[in-house]
Design a protein around this ligand. Structure first.
Ligand code: ACO
Length: 315
């Protein structure tokens, strides 16, 4: 599997910690020291996630220098989007004029890795040669804006990549165990047959539990993909970790005993964009020309489930 193009899109509106402190009992000092976040991009009235997803997809196609008609599959990952149905992937397909099967997956914040795994499986089964993956998330609409311990963490955005089967093998490790450390119930509606009280979805997180699970699982997954590839941390050019909390990134960095420059991050400007966070970061460092042919990259993500996964690829 080889990544031949990347793209991303973020909302225009930037919301700083100080702006949150205008309506929440919080402060820039608390948020930045506990999480590393200084600001995030947030979808507001005149923008929607579909626009971001389409923009990220078009950028990735342009970067890969391929036409959408060459795509064999579009996989879109999201935990929140503008539609219950059709899949956001179908909407993207229409917008880029592709003619291939398109579907959405939901693997929470680990979704980028889970989607890569599915895409890799499709390519190994000979079902696809070129696949567009888009991870697009509108986290700020799932957030409970009265819960200061979670709402300050999230941002919105979309990241996209194009992969082809013309490349060396990658290594992927994924796992899920049930945990209620991070949940968001579906909307409850009243019907003629169900008289439940109508409720809207709200994200609930046990922050400390998530923190511990995240560090344990990410360290384990990264080691597993390096072992499978018979490589060590010294061989890896960049570790791109889910941007959930800078202290989690620091904990993994200390565990692997690798220099700071191998752990690029953008959480200070983007917040936690769930499954979009790793492809957004990848696009940033790719567009800055930081990745060279043959570089070994490790992606690692974790989230609700509890789910986690890592992927090691050669650029
Ligand atoms: N502003 C000010 N004070 C706050 C805020 C806030 N936004 N949020 C909580 N506090 C207060 C609490 O009320 C508590 O006060 P108390 O001591 O008087 O009771 C105090 O700060 C400490 O709260 P803790 O929850 O113990 O703080 P902690 O150091 O654990 O940090 C945090 C909380 C940042 C959420 C941390 O646990 C964390 O990052 N966990 C992982 C979260 C994560 O990664 N989530 C996403 C992963 S999955 C996904 O991506 C969807």
């Amino acid at each position: 599997m080889k990544i031949i193009g990347t793209g991303s899109a973020i909302p225009r509106r930037e919301v700083t910690n100080d702006m949150l402190a205008e309506f929440l009992d919080t402060s820039d000092e608390w948020i930045s020291t506990r999480t590393g976040i200084k600001s995030r991009r947030v979808l507001s009235t005149d923008e929607d996630l579909t626009q971001l997803a389409i923009q990220a997809a078009k950028e990735a196609l342009k970067d890969a220098k391929i036409d959408a008609s060459e795509l064999d599959y579009i996989l879109c990952h999201n935990v929140s989007n503008d539609f219950e149905t059709p899949a956001l992937a179908c909407v993207i397909q229409g917008a880029v004029s592709a003619h291939c099967p398109s579907l959405d997956l939901n693997g929470a914040c680990s979704g980028f890795i889970f989607t890569l795994d599915c895409a890799n499986g499709l390519m190994k089964a000979g079902r696809a040669k070129k696949i567009l993956i888009v991870c697009a998330e509108h986290m700020t609409k799932m957030t409970d804006w009265t819960r200061r311990e979670s709402c300050v963490l999230f941002g919105d955005g979309a990241g996209a990549i194009i992969i082809t089967d013309e490349g060396p093998d990658c290594e992927i490790s994924i796992s899920t165990t049930y945990s209620d450390a991070l949940t968001c119930n579906a909307r409850v509606v009243t019907t003629p047959f169900s008289q439940q009280e109508e409720k809207y979805a709200k994200l609930v997180m046990k922050g400390r539990e998530v923190f511990k699970l995240a560090v344990q699982s990410s360290a384990h997954d990264i080691q597993e993909v390096m072992d499978k590839a018979h490589l060590t941390a010294e061989d890896v050019r960049f570790f791109l970790l889910h941007q959930a909390n800078l202290r989690i990134v620091d904990a993994i960095k200390s565990h692997l005993d690798q220099p700071e420059e191998k752990f690029p991050h953008n959480i200070e400007r983007r917040g936690n964009t769930s499954s979009a966070s790793v492809p957004l970061l990848l696009d940033e460092i790719n567009k800055q020309g930081m990745i060279k042919e043959g570089d070994i990259l490790v992606f690692s993500a974790f989230g609700a489930g509890f789910s986690s996964g890592a992927c090691l690829i050669r650029w």
